[in-house]
Design a protein around this ligand. Structure first.
Ligand code: AMP
Ligand code: DBH
Length: 544
């Protein structure tokens, strides 16, 4: 069922018995991403698919642009099964590039728009990408894909195709690379069980982990998300979170909207002022946000004047939502809350629209599929009863069985029975709703963006003045968590400022959201019994 080539290159297939069961249960359908768009445009051709400022595409137009751009890429030598790194702000052009790649069976590797050369280089090497397409926003100071100098420290970086698409006032202008000489090629019929794309994991190790999702498993999760969010062709969805984020793509995300023939409106700016005016202007009915944005919206001085009456549902996920904020959503924004606990690795849980208010306020709901298996286990891996918190493990019809090409990481991230060890801590309540209470993995969740402390520690350690460093997340009323670096200097009386550290890291070209928000110079750390820096306690010895 799965492609030999995919397996050879590092895709871990579903075990045969489970794959046959999911297939026989009708979960995995015989459709890939471009076939989905083709089916929808045949039904909703003239319907508005996507709109940003005064640019918009109907479903037919989106499909035709994708076919032309895909054909152009084919002409440039991009083949089916090739990986191509893409990076984009929330603009219409992203959708043309995305479906253009799917049109020819090529596979996008999703990077956040904020990622710098440091991340792109690592991701391109690990995915063995052949191309890098960067979409730049009009009137924004950004670098062209051509001008980004990677470290070139690693010889196997082979991005022979690089292109910058400049988002412009007209879509034709942005895709001026398509011309009369671009011969339309037929769409590539990728197997629904082949790898569709690579998503990035927030990661718990220093290197980014790549998440391979098949067309069929992913689109199954989209279909189930549509069912629980009441999406229909009349839904008007606002996208505020980055388009590349798994939440934005699939829970229910723009794919959920496309699945239903709905219309998607893009916001390039997450400020309440801008979003409120888009909601009013377009009569937005649904939006997905992270808790830190909900906080901003609810406390915005613009809220009083805003007319948000069309807003029906707000999905909130990506990080823990505090009950006080959860309550304010209905009271202040007049919309129904749906909590979402999901991960790019697979498993997604939603509170249902007809759930009791206590379920919606205090839990993250139920998994999408009746065949999502969730285990809560103790330190020894023994299952715990409902209401007892433990490590959250899962497997099911749309959860990966391994990161791409990462046997070592996989041996730690999956147990013998193939359950993914999420690194989150929580419990199932008496009605089997999941409640996430914390996490065991070393990760900082800064406004929904995941940061791996060891990655930042290793970079700060390369600073000439630094002897040792420990990076942790500290509670922050706006961001949920902010990043703090505790640093021991080689020369105890010398100085190093937050600005110095941030400038140093920026020179390494890392994403801005990973820069520390705060530093502390210390004489020593406290250590656990096994000699690890004790990050749980803020008992580092401040400089005397
Ligand atoms: P990623 O693996 O980068 O896709 O990030 C997924 C992680 O985000 C989860 O494993 C959780 O740690 C966190 N997360 C997502 N949604 C929620 C939520 N509703 N509440 C708490 N944590 C969440
Ligand atoms: O945080 C996430 O990665 C996330 C949150 C909600 C996600 O991937 C999802 C829903 O699908």
């Amino acid at each position: 069922m799965f492609l030999e080539n995919d397996i050879k290159n590092g895709f871990v297939p579903f075990p045969q018995d489970r794959a046959e069961y999911y297939q026989a249960s009708g979960y995995w359908e015989n459709e890939n991403h471009i076939q989905l768009l083709d089916r929808i445009r045949k039904q909703y051709g003239n319907q508005l698919a996507i709109c940003q400022d005064d640019k918009s595409l109907s479903y037919d137009e989106l499909y035709h642009y994708a076919a032309s751009y895909g054909s152009y890429l084919h002409q440039q030598g991009i083949k089916a099964e090739d990986f191509v790194v893409i990076q984009s702000p929330n603009v219409v052009e992203f959708f043309v590039v995305l479906f253009g790649l799917y049109y020819i069976g090529a596979r996008p590797v999703f990077c956040l728009n904020g990622h710098g050369a440091y991340e792109i280089e690592n991701i391109a090497i690990n995915s063995r990408a052949v191309g890098y397409i960067k979409i730049n926003q009009e009137n924004q100071p950004t670098t062209d894909a051509m001008d980004i100098s990677f470290g070139f420290t690693m010889p196997n970086l082979n991005l022979w195709f690089r292109q910058t698409i400049k988002s412009s006032s007209s879509i034709d202008q942005a895709f001026s690379c398509i011309n009369d000489k671009t011969m339309l090629v037929p769409k590539y019929e990728a197997s629904p069980h082949s790898v569709a794309f690579l998503q990035l994991s927030g990661g718990t190790t220093g290197l980014p982990k790549l998440i391979p999702r098949t067309h069929a498993d992913y689109l199954y999760s989209v279909k189930k998300s549509v069912e629980v969010t009441d999406l229909s062709a009349s839904t008007k969805q606002l996208i505020v979170l980055p388009v590349m984020h798994n939440f934005t793509m699939s829970s229910p995300g723009f794919l959920g909207a496309f699945y239903s023939g709905a219309s998607v409106f893009l916001s390039t700016d997450s400020s309440p002022k801008n979003c409120f005016s888009l909601i009013e202007k377009h009569g937005i009915t649904q939006v997905s946000l992270v808790p830190s944005l909900i906080n901003l919206w609810i406390n915005s001085p613009q809220l009083e004047q805003a007319d948000l009456k069309t807003l029906e549902v707000i999905q909130v996920g990506g990080a823990k939502l505090l009950p006080e904020l959860a309550e304010a959503i209905d009271q202040k924004l007049g919309a129904k809350l749906q909590q979402v606990y999901g991960m790019a690795e697979g498993l997604v849980n939603f509170t249902r629209l007809d759930d009791h208010s206590n379920t919606v306020l205090f839990t993250q709901g139920k998994a999408l599929s009746k065949d999502d298996e969730i285990l809560i286990v103790d330190e020894e891996g023994s299952p715990l009863p409902n209401e007892s918190a433990g490590f959250i493990l899962t497997r099911g019809p749309y959860t990966i069985n391994g990161y791409y090409n990462s046997p070592l990481v996989n041996s730690r991230s999956f147990n013998k029975e193939g359950f993914y060890i999420t690194g989150d801590i929580g419990y199932l309540d008496s009605n089997n709703n999941i409640v996430v209470t914390g996490r065991e993995k070393e990760q900082i969740n800064r406004a929904g963006e995941k940061i791996t402390p060891s990655e930042i520690e290793n970079l700060i350690l390369s600073h000439a003045q630094v002897k040792d460093v420990s990076v942790v997340g500290v509670k922050d009323s706006l961001l949920g968590e902010r990043t703090k670096a505790s640093i021991i200097l080689k020369e105890p009386t010398s100085q190093l400022s937050l600005r110095d550290v941030r400038v140093f890291l920026m020179q390494k070209k890392i994403a801005e959201y990973k820069l520390p928000d705060e530093i502390e110079l210390v004489d020593d750390f406290t250590y656990t019994q096994v000699g690890k820096v004790n990050k749980g306690l803020s008992t580092n010895k401040a400089r005397g």
